[in-house]
Design a protein around this ligand. Structure first.
Ligand SMILES: [Zn+2]
Length: 371
């Protein structure tokens, strides 16, 4: 183990992550099982017949609500254990049960609204482009994700947290100088009141165009040196500078195109009425979701591989923009210890679960680099 890491915390991290992965696997299995059962027992046909003929807008809304509510109900116990109980057991949870369920309710509402929009787009695209729906829909979804990225920091984040501009000039000057070296400009530094809900630390770039900004958890501001926070921002700046997010969005687009084409072959054979327009797309929806979920879970492994490579590039970028190897290494070790990320996870965990390389490997990579 690297000497910067804390043995006790890392031992705890192993337990914490084993339990977290177990519960996320259980959730995935439960959700797949329910979808398969819904198909086997023709719940899609029952639902379709029950609401057929009312206005299409309302019909799409009912389907979105049923699907989102069913998914949340199925995952309720695992997500309570993983999201509340385990967080409390390991000292991260700062919310009351009531406030946690409040957030769950807000999340459900948001899910219904988003599912409704996507579902209406889906129906509309099939109606207008028929057999070519799969190509058009992949692009429409891509554009919708871009729009979401723009509105995310101003409309969605404030539902769950309060944001204040960071006034501390020593810190913002430091961060601006890192961004200057990267040749980036953001339109503001914000402090999120995370400590009211969690003891985890984080920081991220968010928004697109006129809404682009940097958000720091207050936990991060309180517990890290300005140089360490500079290293976090250097890392995030490198992601932006090298267009990692845009590249991953394009990989996602190709993935959506491939899966949609696969679904197209399936629909032609099993759901020919899908192409007749109107809300006839709805009975096929569960099957579409099932194929989409299963194939993208497999493809996620490949996307994770790419994402891990981007993380190494971002660490090298952080080194270049800050010129401070010690702070980058101590920041990585502190993040892993405080957030309980396992610095040396089993190989299979890395392969299937991790979008970031294990911190042990990252620290070593930075240490050995010649920058
Ligand atoms: Zn990163």
């Amino acid at each position: 183990m690297h000497p910067l890491l804390n043995r006790e915390r890392q031992k705890k991290a192993k337990d914490y992550n084993t339990k977290k992965h177990l519960w996320s696997l259980i959730t995935a299995v439960l959700e797949f099982t329910v979808l398969i059962c819904a198909l086997v027992f023709h719940f899609n046909i029952i639902l379709y017949k029950a609401f057929y003929g009312i206005s299409p807008v309302l019909e799409y809304l009912i389907w979105s609500a049923v699907i989102a509510a069913a998914a949340q109900t199925v995952a309720l116990i695992p997500s309570f254990i993983s999201g509340y109980f385990l967080e409390k057991e390991y000292g991260f949870m700062k919310q009351s049960i009531g406030s946690w369920f409040g957030d769950l309710g807000k999340g459900l509402f948001l899910e219904i609204v988003l599912a409704w929009i996507v579902l209406m787009l889906f129906g509309w695209v099939v109606k207008l482009s028929g057999m070519l729906w799969w190509a058009v829909f992949a692009f429409v979804l891509f554009l919708f994700q871009g729009l979401l990225a723009v509105i995310f920091p101003v409309l969605i984040l404030p539902i769950f947290h309060k944001y204040n501009r960071i006034e501390d000039e020593t810190l913002t000057t430091k961060l601006k100088s890192v961004l200057d070296r990267a040749g980036l400009k953001v339109l503001g530094f914000y402090r999120e009141d995370s400590s009211k809900k969690t003891a985890h630390d984080n920081a991220f770039f968010t928004g697109l165009g006129a809404t682009r900004r940097i958000v720091l958890y207050d936990n991060l501001i309180e517990n890290y040196t300005p140089d360490e926070i500079g290293a976090v921002i250097g890392h995030e700046a490198a992601h932006r500078k090298r267009n990692h997010i845009v590249k991953l969005m394009f990989v996602n687009l190709i993935e959506t195109l491939l899966i949609s084409l696969l679904i197209q072959f399936f629909l032609v054979r099993y759901y020919p009425e899908f192409f007749t327009g109107g809300t006839a797309v709805l009975p096929a929806l569960f099957a579409v979701m099932l194929i989409f979920g299963a194939v993208s879970a497999v493809l996620q492994t490949a996307a994770n591989y790419l994402s891990r490579r981007f993380e190494y590039e971002a660490d090298m970028g952080a080194l270049k923009y800050t010129g401070n190897k010690e702070s980058l290494m101590s920041m990585l070790a502190k993040l892993a210890d405080r957030n309980l990320s396992d610095a040396y996870p089993p190989k299979w965990v890395k392969l299937f679960f991790l979008s970031h390389p294990p911190v042990g490997e990252r620290i070593e990579y930075v240490e050995k680099s010649n920058n």
